[in-house]
Design a protein around this ligand. Structure first.
Ligand code: UD1
Ligand code: CA
Length: 484
């Protein structure tokens, strides 16, 4: 070869198409699979395969695509009018100076692995060009790769231009290529639109290059799934599931138990420690971290949360941006919102909402509570129905609950307020003033018992008579409603 042994690898991602069959206002390549836009998966694979620069050809929804996908290594190429994949690649010519090994990828083929891209690039470095092929049982609308008798590459035929015999071929074009620049640009310049779609096909340029005597090496995909493109919502859901499954398989290899993988979602950005058990219906999303030896029961939904070791999450708990230290227990039916931190051994029970609050070691918030903008120190016990009244209509105010404090059921804490170390509040209290350390705060109407009066109120024909009788009469639920 007269070429230098290794040309720089540059990725060109074709992402300008409209994706009409998605029937969407969103550009196709921005639809998400496993929590990330399709295009982001492709860009990641290109980076991991050693592409120093990534050119992304955009057109339909270009502005939105540019805003969503970021990186210093990305250069944007505009294809104002989408005239086919060959036309799309041709737009990148001005951005490629000197010889390069172009990894040409489709923005809608997100399962591609860095290993495949590396194989393509290596084959092209050793010869001229390379393309990925797969044998599919149901090749559908994909381009068919026709080989010569000796097995070498002959041509690519688009399904819509294929004869019945060509359509019967199950070897398909995955839409992933390594092609030499500037040579491929000369082939693109000669393309015509003499085909069923009236487009300039990249596939024709590859076919023409082979006719010109340039070898095109076929790289068979070990896992044909890698070739899956997304052209409609059904394909999107398939690709989503496969991306998730890849990650679930890796987790199981690393020692995580998944009782029903098919009913579990763990997005690929999530890490889970060994000996953790995930029950069916668990969703772990975003940048969530789960430690070792945890049990996450059915319906646990965690996003961008950090769970240490030995934590139990009971069914149907929602954790969003929460941090949970080791040995804690959460749920069932708990909601931990952003800024929540549970320290070692804390317990949060059913129908408890926590936001922007730290719960100290071994604190307990067992039932039906709202803890917002609060600091609860270690060993405190927050009774059922306790509410931090953190918002006065203008600003959020903080509540502090001291070490070992005990809040009686239905305590309302009107912030800003502090309940001191070892202090108590009586059930049903409205706490508007700080409670000193060790004090018992009682903030409610004193109860009066009127001897013998209960029977007198029952079984009377009309309650109207009572009104004049005595303002201090013990109200039945009905009369209390009338009076309020
Ligand atoms: C293409 C291939 C087909 C292959 C399949 C693999 C051609 C002619 N056909 O078909 O052989 O089996 O991919 O998935 O190449 N795009 C642009 N500008 C355009 C047209 C398309 O950027 O003018 C982009 C699209 O956004 C998409 C990619 O190129 O990301 C592929 O285009 P698409 O229209 O989906 O091609 P297929 O019909 O899938
Ligand atoms: Ca496609």
């Amino acid at each position: 070869m007269t070429e230098p042994l290794q040309r720089p690898r540059i990725a060109v991602v074709l992402a300008a198409g409209k994706g009409t069959r998605m029937r969407s206002a969103l550009p196709k390549v921005l639809h998400e699979a496993a929590g990330r836009p399709l295009l982001a998966w492709v860009v990641d694979a290109a980076r991991a395969a050693g592409c120093a620069r990534i050119l992304i050809v955009v057109g339909h929804g270009a502005e939105q695509v540019r805003e969503t996908i970021q990186g210093d290594d990305i250069a944007w190429v505009l294809q104002a009018e989408q005239r086919g994949t060959g036309h799309a690649l041709a737009q990148a010519e001005a951005h490629v100076t000197g010889a390069a090994n172009l990894l040409v990828l489709s923005g809608d083929v997100p399962l591609v692995t860095p290993a495949t891209l590396d194989r393509l690039a290596t084959e092209a470095e050793a010869g001229w060009g390379a393309m990925a092929v797969a044998e599919l049982d149901d090749p559908g609308s994909l381009g068919r790769v026709i080989t010569r008798d000796d097995g070498g590459f002959d041509r690519i035929v688009e399904a819509r231009d294929a004869t019945p015999a060509e359509l019967a071929v199950r070897r398909i074009n995955a839409g992933l290529y390594a092609l030499p620049a500037p040579e491929i640009f000369a082939e693109l310049a000669r393309l015509t639109t003499h085909n069923a779609q009236g487009e300039l096909y990249l596939t024709d340029a590859v076919t023409n290059a082979a006719r010109d005597g340039h070898p095109i090496h076929l790289v068979g995909l070990a896992a044909p799934d890698e070739a899956l493109g997304v052209n409609n919502r059904a394909e999107l859901s398939r690709v989503h599931r496969l991306l998730i499954e890849r990650h679930l398989d890796a987790l199981m290899d690393s020692g995580v138990t998944l009782l029903e993988p098919a009913r579990t979602i763990v997005e690929p950005g999530v890490r889970v420690g060994p000996d953790t058990i995930l029950h069916p219906g668990v969703s772990l999303l975003g940048r969530t971290r789960v430690g070792a030896g945890c049990v996450l029961h059915q319906g646990a939904w965690l996003r961008d949360s950090r769970i240490a070791d030995g934590v139990t999450i009971e069914p149907y708990s929602v954790l969003d941006g929460a941090e949970v230290d080791d040995g804690c227990k959460v749920g069932p039916f708990a909601r931990l919102r952003p800024g929540t931190r549970l320290k070692h051994g804390a317990k949060v029970g059913n129908f408890v909402e926590v936001k922007q609050s730290v719960l100290g070691e071994k604190t307990k918030v067992g039932h039906l509570a709202y803890i917002g903008d609060a600091t609860v120190e270690s060993g405190a016990n927050v009774g059922a129905g306790v509410i931090t009244c953190n918002y006065d209509g203008v600003r959020k105010n903080r509540t502090e609950i001291g070490r070992g404090a005990f809040l009686g059921s239905d305590t309302l804490l009107v912030a800003p307020v502090r309940v001191g170390d070892g202090a108590m509040t009586a059930a049903g209290s409205v706490i508007t003033k700080n409670v000193p350390d060790g004090a018992l705060a009682v903030g409610r109407a004193r109860q009066e018992n009127l001897a013998g009066r209960a029977g007198g109120l029952r079984g009377r024909p009309s309650q109207a008579d009572d009104k004049t009788d005595d303002a201090g009469a013990a109200p039945t639920p009905e009369t209390s409603r009338e009076e309020s």
